[in-house]
Design a protein around this ligand. Structure first.
Ligand code: 13P
Length: 248
């Protein structure tokens, strides 16, 4: 049985002061959660958020990292730095990073390997554009992204990762994929994992849905057999809403 995992991606929101308020408000609201709960604040708030959630069931995640161990990479953050700040998860290859910051399947793969080497669980994002969906390219595209991100991993490493299927047309738009659409494409992602590592590994990998997931649609999405959790943007910025999703 795969344990569901719901993560909040705060994106570029909340100052450290605001992050402390949000994380503190969340702690009592989610303590009965049956799923794994992760929150991913901006880098500068990792420390304060870690303090707030230290004795809670909430785990800390980051939103990106560089693959090098250290060096002349101005503005970048390494896996060891995230680990030292208390992060157990890191979101990698989010569509916003691919779209605005030139990340590719190759650099996502480098980040995935570096995260695993440091003992951080990657949450690897895949997902198609509206044009790709309308053009019937969704399955081939997400299969390619999945294979690219996982290249060179061992089966042991692959079974512990998390993948987030986030159709780009559903992110921040209020347009959610239907339960059936989300389930179907999460199934495509799982078959892509099976194609590389076999069915046993694919059955262990947890695959989230992300894209306008909120308190209203969480329970029906979470009831779908292929969907093992959610990656939540907008609705993770309000403690009450995120808690409702977590307690779906
Ligand atoms: P929204 O929940 O705001 O659509 O964002 C989804 C997302 O991109 C999470 O990573």
């Amino acid at each position: 049985m795969r344990k569901p995992i719901i993560a909040g991606n705060w994106k570029m929101n909340k100052t450290p002061y605001e992050a402390r308020q949000l994380a503190s408000a969340l702690v009592p609201l989610v303590k009965e959660a049956r799923c794994d709960v992760v929150i991913c604040p901006p880098f500068v708030s990792l420390g304060v958020v870690k303090e707030c959630i230290a004795t809670s069931n909430i785990k800390l995640g980051a939103q990106n990292m560089h693959w090098a161990e250290s060096g002349a990479y101005t503005g970048e953050i390494s896996a060891a730095m995230l680990k030292a700040a208390g992060a157990e998860y890191v979101i990698l290859g989010h569509s916003e990073r691919r779209q605005y910051f030139g990340e590719t399947d190759e650099t996502v793969n480098l980040r995935v390997k570096a995260a695993i080497a440091a003992g951080i669980t990657p949450i690897i994002c895949v997902g198609e554009t509206l044009a790709q969906r309308e053009g019937g390219e969704t399955d081939a595209f997400v299969t390619g992204q999945t294979g690219g991100a996982l290249q060179g991993l061992t089966a042991r490493q692959a079974e512990a990762i998390i993948i987030a299927y986030e159709p780009i047309w559903a992110i921040g738009t209020g347009v959610t994929a239907t339960d059936a659409e989300a389930n179907e494409t999460v199934g495509v992602v799982r078959r892509a994992v099976a194609g590389v590592f076999g069915a046993d590994v694919a059955q262990k990998v947890r695959i989230q849905y992300g894209g306008s997931m909120n308190p209203k649609n969480a329970s029906s999405l979470m009831a779908m057999p292929e969907i093992d959790g959610g990656l939540i943007g907008g609705a993770s910025l309000r403690a009450e809403d995120f808690a409702k999703v977590v307690l779906y």
